[in-house]
Design a protein around this ligand. Sequence first.
Ligand SMILES: [Ca+2]
Length: 920
Amino acid sequence: MPRDTHSLRKPSPLNSASRWLGLLCGAAANAVGPACAWAGEAPARADLYVSPAGNDQWSGTLPEPNGQKTDGPFATVQQAQRAVRDLKKGAGPKPVTVVLRGGTYFLEAPLAFTPEDSGTAAAPVVYAAYPGERPVLSGGARLTGWQRVEVEGQGRWQLRIPEVQRGEWQFSQLFVNDERRFRPRLPKEGYHHIVKELAPSEAAQGKGYDRFGFRPGDVRSDWSNLNDVELLAFHQWSMSRLRVGSIDDARNVVTATGPTCNPSYWAGLQRGNRFLVENVKEALDTPGQFYLDRPAGVLTYLPLPGESPEAVEVIAPRLDQLVLLKGQPEVGLPVEYLEFRGLTFAHTNWNVPETGYSFPQAEASIAAAVSAVGAHDCVWAGCELAHLGGYGLDLGQACQRNRVENCELWDLGAGGIRIGTQGYEADESKVAGHNVVRNCALAHGGRMHPAAIGVWIGHSPHNRIEHNDIHDFYYTGLSVGWRWGYAESNAHHNAIERNHVYNIGQAVLSDMGGIYTLGPSPGSVIRLNRFHDIDAYTYGGWGIYFDEGTSDILAENNLVYRTKTGGFHQHYGKENRFVNNILAFARVGQIQRTRPEPHRSFVFERNLVLWGEGPLLHGNWSDNQYLLDRNLYWHVGEGEITFAGMSLDKWREKGQDANSLIADPLFVDPAKDDFRLKDGSPAASVGFVPFDLSDTGRPANLATGRVPADMPRAFPPPVPVPPLPIEEGFEESQVGAKAPAAQTYEGNETRTARVTDETAFEGKHCLKFIDGPDQKNVWDPHVFWDPNFSEGTVVGRFALMHTAGAVIYHEWRDASQPYRVGPSLTVRGDGSLAVKGRDDIQVQLPAGQWVQFEIICGFGDGATGKYSLTVTLPGQQPQRFADLPCDPECRSLRWLGFCAHGTEDAVFYLDGLALSDRGE
Ligand SMILES: [Ca+2]
């Protein structure tokens, strides 16, 4: 989105004052919003001062150097830290305040705080910003000494960095005037798509996927520093960053230096999946981009209009982490009563490892800029965390009763705040818990890692997440729980209240929500939140999403609107309550349930549901293990409301919605997001109780103005998947494997369609279908591909080897319901060919020999209801049959399949399948 990309955002004096206000007030009150008035008075006296103009040899007791420059503030926080330890030894327990003057403190290493840096309840140790000033603890380095060069008429800046050339420093982010810059990426708009799915290389077997076929030119072996080129491979709810290992130009196959994180489909490199290619030197051509040539040790930057080397601040990150709180929970020694007020933490690094990077979900293992273990009763108030490579803040193992208040976390390489661990801990005295995140802004995340979360709670109970603004993430806003299923979880009694969560997903990843929950959650509540504008790439863009095993959770008084696939979805779980919420304007369906189980999934009552598109209920409602009642439903537009395909009467016969109403709830102005109820609303008659969201979200008066409303997208909006040609000789697959990039359905364990080396039309492998009696479906086993063709003339070729008794059915279809059939043919058990509508065709396939087929058919505007078939028997001239009839309304090719359609024991073989667009 357009915005002034080269303005300097500096805090105005007013903003600085409000920041100081926030941190002073936060010290005194847990209350929502600024509980104390800012009278403009000078700050409380500090015990120690740190300043960029300071000197670690000085006493640190003066806010600025004295006239003779013989005493003044310290230069480093580390020196202040040492002095605090000395102070605590001397004077007994009294509060200690260290004030940092404005300016940037470039850290050589993360600041580490240990139990001996702790304060006490009565005497906390505070590190605070000087009033009206902005001290920045930076993990980066300022780059100066640029040389201007001109390449093909374009002005560039270059900088030689010997440390980079020596292999001592690498960075993949750059910040110019407080704004993120990006590396060159291809394609310049939209996405590439994987065109050929391949089994993993030998090295990756059982671990994940590491190679795929690309459209010629999408990945090139003649690019510079090929091993530094990153393949951003999008899966369902995650994205891997792989590194190019090798490229086979003849086959258009790229192999990464390491595999994705799992051999399951959800970490796959499937045909049709999107990918981007990043850090391509040859693609550097757009102002605002940079390229770090590591072997040469040269950084090149293409300035934006108006930028000059003398007038901008360029910072490249060095450190992955800035502050570490290192308690020792194993021996009961916390870091405690440590407070950070008004400080900015900025510029952390993240580089892709040698073997690439891939993680199953939520980027839950990526390092955070500020990371705590065993921290108790610590406070971050009025702080800013920005321009980061990973997460912002991590309250890990045994972090208890900490507070994050009125902080702004934005421009995040990964996510915002993480609480708890990924592992379950039976002894709850050892887990993270009772932490508070309040009045914070968490915005513009996922800049490097789109699957990251705004606020993530793993195995951790009794946390409060309230009054936060969470927006501009590419996966999920809030994620609570880390247990897939019903086994024990520490994530209980968490309160998610009065948060404003919006602009989530942005059609980049799928299977996500405004809030996403997992596992047993007794005592947890989701209350008085506003979730809206939630959009998935394909399936699964929900407002409130109870995923695997979510149980005993309560969602009440929430407002959810403009989601893709539903305001509410439960995958599976039990005894959840979804009460007194407003759901509006989902597109695909309003309420979704996926897996029936032999216990009650949820109670859904006293909710108001308003919609214009899609059905009310989608997913699986086939059983009756749920209860919907006392709801008010209203559909804007034509058509009767149905309930999972049933009339209301039929649905009520199941015992559902006995006391629900179909009536207009009379919202004030739902098209403009005003869901208050007008007088005369029938909502009260179902027992709905109006709720007020006017103080949901972050109190507006706390905003410093530093978090921009919008940032340029880090990942592009979706583009249509292009046609996906097929070229499959089964040579890449192991014997016994299913056909790659296809869907295989087998009647049972012995009636299969698998790769074999018994015979082949070309190469050594082909696909063998084994048919037989006693299968549920006569068409099994069957295999089909989705070529995704919707325009032009399509040419399909394949070879079949028929043997006695085998019945082969081959068909092309569209994706409509019911589907329409394009070309099709049958080979009967006796080997004779049958083509619908043409009894005159007399072709006999010789048993045990390969016969070639070619089918040519038009789609889109080229669909004519006619196609041609050419059959070439071994040793004979091709026989061509033109103008064969098919459905003229079959205008796209979305299903191309082969079925073993017999009921006797028989086999046939398929090889040399090729499908392409003739482009006519
Ligand atoms: Ca073959």
